[in-house]
Design a protein. Structure first.
Length: 267
């Protein structure tokens, strides 16, 4: 069901897809996920330098005198050093500014024209998993964004619902550990998460309402919680900020951990 390789986010310790450049839970950069991208970029630089070496050597080899060769070698060494420094600088920027190579605006716009209809079609077929796979391929690997796609905010909720379904299925199988319980609760809380700046269509809202019902029913059935307890758990997973009450992934994890510990004692 979920064949994606996972690793732990260094910031919030959530299990996230290994090749995802950003953690879906806390938004932190996943260095390993972006490493793949910058290693590819580095190997491009290396190839460029090799090409640079090839062209002049082939063209001038015969007429080249010793001085000429020395100059050429100097140029090549400088080019190689520049390439390496450029590569390191690029990696450095990648890490410091967590800039996941973004497509340029013109390219992005053309890409949207071509691909938003594909996304709309997947959405119409309710193939939300297909949309997540599409995002893995085009957004994470190629740097395109779908932030202004009509159902983007919905699909971000669906992502956590998908994760929840996976962890819930492990718990239902009976072969689970404390971490599975913890992450199942965290995923459920992310499905319940209320955000301030989101736009949902009517259909988005209907779907999200269904997902929330499913996760609440599961917590009642599996962990013997009442709706009041679920509401309280959610409130306890929020913090008061200047601009209002916001969901806090750290508190959510702490709360989920407590419930998971208790649950493992009883089961
Ligand atoms: Zn994280």
């Amino acid at each position: 069901m979920n064949p994606v390789a996972k690793l732990q986010c260094e910031n919030c310790h959530a299990m996230i897809p290994a090749d995802s450049p950003k953690c879906p839970y806390c938004g932190a950069l996943n260095a390993l996920g972006s490493e793949k991208q910058y290693m590819e970029q580095l190997s491009d630089i290396k190839e460029d330098v090799e090409e640079l070496q090839q062209i002049p050597v082939d063209a001038y080899r015969k007429e080249m005198n010793k001085t000429g060769k020395m100059i050429l070698i100097t140029i090549l060494v400088l080019a190689l050093i520049a390439g390496i420094i450029g590569g390191f600088y690029w990696c450095f920027n990648k890490i410091i500014y967590s800039t996941i190579s973004e497509a340029d605006p013109k390219q992005q716009l053309m890409w949207e024209k071509e691909n938003y209809p594909v996304l709309d079609e997947l959405y119409a077929q309710e193939d939300y998993y297909g949309i997540l796979s599409f995002m893995d391929e085009h957004c994470d690997d190629e740097g395109y964004s779908i932030y202004n796609w009509e159902h983007y905010d919905f699909i971000e909720v669906y992502r956590f619902y998908e994760n929840y379904m996976y962890t819930a299925s492990i718990i239902e199988s009976g072969n689970f550990n404390e971490d599975d319980v913890k992450w199942c609760i965290v995923d459920a809380l992310f499905v319940l998460r209320e955000l301030n700046y989101v736009t949902y269509t009517e259909q988005d809202e209907e779907q999200i309402a269904k997902y929330r019902e499913v996760v609440c029913e599961f917590m009642k059935k599996q962990f013997g919680m009442t709706q009041e307890e679920i509401d309280k758990l959610y409130q306890d997973s929020c913090v008061e900020e200047e601009y209002g009450v916001v969901f806090d992934y750290k508190k959510a994890q702490e709360n989920a951990e407590k419930i998971a510990k208790e649950y493992m004692k009883q089961n």
